[in-house]
Design a protein around this ligand. Structure first.
Ligand code: PLP
Length: 362
């Protein structure tokens, strides 16, 4: 008998990521509001570009993503050489951990942070360290107090998921200023597009050597199924990440769709306006039902219930009506339900279902 192969340390400590549910047995007409997907789907421009690119699926894709990087750089006013594209921002997060954190190193994230930070940190053999938030909002002082000599990476999503809360520019600068040499601040801007006139930290990442930004095509651009994200930061970091990036990490279909979506500014403007309107409607409707929520800057709202039982009861009732939201118990928020902002009809259906749930009593 030979000994069974053993994975690297840390890997067996990873709990499997559980995505948003998309099905309910026995219910056909589903409204999925559990994964912060775009209720308007993908832009027509991106679907057409993907169909066209699919004709050449026998050919290897570009390794340098020059076309997509140019589109991103033009729209955001960036140096295309400092943009890197990945299989979702998940891959960028993963590459950052692999390149900058290992055994003995710490990766900081906050109390309700996106679970991928800890997963990728463990995958690299590093130790994820969780820092408390204040009223479901990132707290710079607590974060800075959590930094040690071993801290290599600090991950912040702004707006944050699953809370939807937002950290102002001055706090972000204070955080970047307060980190010791050799420690990188990663600003995850998966929902930055939903905040009017917000650059997601791209300006900071342009001028500082310790700030890096990740972005995605999965939310506002409606391309979650194609898996495309990007990162932007100091040239030295881009050069490091490119060494470990798979040369053909993005398919030609994904590249074409993302480039078209990025250049489709009308689609983005429409999605922003509609999300802002429906999010306000949703929050007001929830408040009328006695369900408070923090001001959200993203495309979802985190509704707070009396306790875990009530949240579970509402979740079960919504599912029975075909409305799927997210119960973020694994994020330490068992008394909450995270609801993606739908289109007008979706918001009406969600609020009607919650009204029926309240009327029914528990
Ligand atoms: C959805 C989300 C992402 C996007 O991940 P992709 O891999 O690009 O689909 C990244 N960060 C946060 C906080 C998210 O909620």
């Amino acid at each position: 008998m030979t000994a069974a192969p053993k994975p690297q340390p840390g890997i067996m400590d990873i709990e499997l990521y559980v995505g948003g549910t998309s099905k309910v047995d026995g219910v056909d007409d589903i409204l999925k509001l559990s994964s912060n997907e775009n209720p308007h789907g993908a832009p027509e421009s991106a679907r057409a570009a993907a169909a066209h690119a699919a004709q050449a699926m026998h050919l290897y894709p570009s390794t340098d993503h020059a076309g997509l990087r140019a589109a991103i750089a033009e729209v955001h006013g960036l140096d295309p050489d400092r943009v890197i594209c990945g299989v979702g921002s998940d891959e960028i997060i993963h590459m950052l951990c692999q390149a900058y954190a290992g055994p003995g190193d710490e990766v900081l994230h906050t109390e309700y942070a996106f679970l991928m930070y800890a997963i990728s940190a463990r995958g690299a053999g590093a130790t994820p360290v969780q820092v408390a938030e204040t009223a479901r909002t990132v707290d710079v002082d607590k974060l800075l107090a959590g930094v040690t000599n071993a801290t290599r990476l600090v991950f912040i999503a702004n707006p944050a998921n699953p809370t939807g809360t937002f950290m102002g520019g001055q706090d972000v600068v204070r955080l970047a200023d307060g980190l010791p040499d050799g420690c990188l601040l990663v600003l995850d801007g998966a929902y930055a597009e939903y905040v009017p006139d917000f650059d997601g930290g791209l300006g900071l990442a342009t001028t500082r050597d310790n700030v890096f930004v990740t972005r995605t095509f999965s939310k506002m651009y409606g391309l979650g199924g194609l898996r495309i994200g990007w990162g932007y930061g100091p040239q030295a970091i881009i050069d490091v990440l490119n060494r470990i990036r798979g040369p053909f990490n993005l398919s030609n279909v994904a590249l074409a769709a993302a480039e078209a979506a990025m250049r489709d500014r009308d689609f983005a403007a429409h999605c922003l306006a509609d999300n802002t309107e429906q999010r306000a409607r949703l929050r007001a409707g929830l408040a009328d039902l006695g369900l408070p929520s923090d001001a959200s800057e993203a495309n979802f709202v985190l509704a707070r219930f009396a306790d875990e039982d009530e949240a579970r009861d509402a979740d079960t009732f919504l599912k029975s009506q075909g409305v799927i939201v997210r119960h973020p118990a694994n994020y330490g928020l068992p008394h909450c339900l995270r609801m993606t902002v739908g289109d007008g009809a979706g918001t009406t259906r969600l609020l009607d279902a919650l009204t029926a749930w309240r009327a029914r009593g528990t």
